[in-house]
Write a protein that binds this ligand. Structure first.
Ligand code: CA
Length: 535
């Protein structure tokens, strides 16, 4: 049997070489000269939001992220990369497939499992001769496909001494999760076949809840008081019931684990001693002061910001180490680096943590692309781009065709700052998971450069119209304002057009919401006012 196995392996290797040669042959740069096909390094974080990155220049100036700043200085920063369903698993499925949740079948984190048989961009790159690897958080229920090498966290993973899974089984990796994922990524880079291009997806767990920092970053802020957002104590006056009816506020669903009154899983030894030395005196002071009401929200906000931003510091260091590794090997000029996250996150805006909503902090995610020879250093782009564009962009970068059923578009015209690039002016959004966790109503809507029109599905059947030019913090709905009648009509027509374009016209399957059916909308007779009719 051994010779047959050897022969099979040899044939596969020859086939891969030929495919790679064909791809290399097909790869040309704009001027027509043949270039080496690029390596693709995708650095991906979980719940990393623009407000935490100094390159995005948020008014609170919460954190310096010098390595991510460096990447932006050397490439292009996208200022309005928007997600299509602001939650972890669905965003990952959308990135892999270039499709909305209703097309790739992954609607929510509660009961969905990624159909690993469907086409993905890593599979297409692998078939074309790229070496492919994913290291870190996967969170799609099924084992990765389309990767020569994978090493993933089970489920959400843990911060300290995380177990990781490979095709060979599970084993505990000693260390802090962000460092472990970076170490394994660099090791894979060093041992890869240096004669073929690669796709490496380095996918961090951080800064996902419960926001546990690396021990070296405890107390990084010197107990500074982080500036509060203007909406920290939002009372939601002038907003829909759907928004008021949430369960994701610092005032209500912040757990003992979130607050670090409970030990995070996996921590031990010297790390545990240092962890206690940092948190316990501060927890004692909290117990002595026993804050309540607004004071409690403010205390939690400060604890949350210390921990979340500390996690981002480790992500920033990881970006620096990976960029340095490309430099060390001398392949920075033939490697496209893409930094992004599966969605944004609320850092106290509206009194919230978490994501899910169509509102700006959660729907907007960081995106920085350094593509040597294509992106102008220090450039930025304010057009509406989205996670559906990632797979088409990677394929186009590799010189491969983009399948027509992918719903996004290659970003190349924007990356090249092509004047008058024909580009979308609006994006369709659809969120499903309800009621657990966080009790955020399923909603769909249209996002334009200035406005959002949102429909909350189910029993409330409410609409909101947001105007970022007038109300950048999104604290008012103009849906019932007669001055917005024309805008409302246009947005309804645009939402209708987009629903047709993305083919999201049919009824939502009941399992899309998660583990419980969505409450029925009231009948027109019960409501008696005709509101909620329309698109
Ligand atoms: Ca996430």
């Amino acid at each position: 049997m051994a010779p047959i196995r050897l022969l099979t392996a040899r044939l596969r290797s020859v086939a891969l070489f030929l495919l790679a040669a064909i791809s290399i042959e097909a790869f040309t740069v704009a001027g027509g000269a043949t270039a080496r096909p690029p390596n693709l390094l995708f650095i991906f974080a979980d719940d990393l939001t623009c407000q935490a990155l100094s390159t995005y220049g948020e008014s609170r100036h919460l954190l310096e992220t010098p390595n991510i700043d460096r990447l932006a200085r050397e490439g292009m920063r996208f200022d309005r990369c928007l997600v299509t369903n602001s939650i972890c698993g669905p965003s990952r499925a959308t990135i892999l497939t270039g499709k909305y949740s209703h097309k790739n079948g992954f609607y929510n984190n509660a009961n969905c499992r990624f159909d690993a048989a469907q086409p993905t961009f890593p599979k297409m790159l692998q078939e074309a001769g790229w070496q492919t690897a994913v290291i870190g958080k996967w969170h799609l229920g099924s084992a990765p496909t389309g990767f020569d090498h994978w090493q993933i966290l089970p489920g959400q993973g843990i911060y300290y001494n995380p177990p990781m899974i490979t095709a060979a089984g599970k084993q505990v990796e000693r260390g802090y999760v962000t460092d472990v994922i970076t170490d394994r990524s660099i090791e894979w880079l060093r041992q890869r076949d240096h004669h073929r291009p690669f796709l490496l997806m380095t996918q961090h767990k951080a800064p996902h809840r419960e926001w546990s920092p690396a021990i070296r970053h405890l107390g990084w802020d010197g107990d500074r008081s982080h500036p509060e957002p203007p909406t920290l104590l939002d009372d939601f006056a002038g907003r829909s019931r759907a928004v008021r009816d949430h369960d994701m506020g610092l005032d209500r669903s912040f757990t003992a684990l979130d607050a670090k009154f409970e030990l995070p899983p996996g921590i031990d030894g010297d790390d545990l001693v240092a962890w206690n030395a940092y948190y316990e005196p501060r927890n004692d002071a909290f117990r002595a002061a026993d804050p309540a009401g607004r004071d409690l929200v403010r205390w939690r906000y400060q604890r949350y910001l210390h921990d979340y931003l500390a996690c981002v510091k480790a992500i920033d260091e990881s970006v620096g180490r990976l960029l340095d590794e490309l430099d060390r090997e001398g392949i920075a000029d033939e490697t496209v680096v893409v930094l992004s996250s599966d969605q944004g996150f609320f850092l106290g805006e509206h009194g919230w943590f978490d994501k899910r909503w169509i509102f700006e902090e959660s729907v907007r995610t960081p995106l920085i692309v350094r593509s040597p020879g294509l992106t102008r250093p220090g450039s930025h782009c304010d057009r509406i781009v989205s996670l559906i564009d990632f797979a088409p962009t990677f394929l186009a970068l590799a010189g491969l065709p983009v399948p027509p059923d992918m719903q996004g578009r290659p970003l190349q015209p924007l990356l090249a700052e092509r004047a008058n690039a024909d580009w979308r002016k609006s994006l369709y959004y659809h969120y499903y998971e309800f009621p657990e966790p966080h009790h955020v109503r399923p909603h769909r809507g249209v996002i334009t450069e200035r406005h959002k029109l949102v429909h909350y599905e189910g029993d409330l059947d409410e609409w909101e119209l947001l105007d970022r030019a007038v109300d950048p913090t999104e604290t008012r709905s103009f849906h019932a304002d007669p001055a917005y009648a024309d805008t409302l009509r246009e947005l309804r027509a645009e939402l209708d057009r987009l629903r047709h374009e993305v083919d999201d016209l049919g009824p939502v399957p009941s399992e899309a919401y998660g583990t419980a059916p969505l409450p029925e909308p009231p009948s027109a007779a019960d409501r008696g006012d005709g509101a909620g009719q329309g698109t």
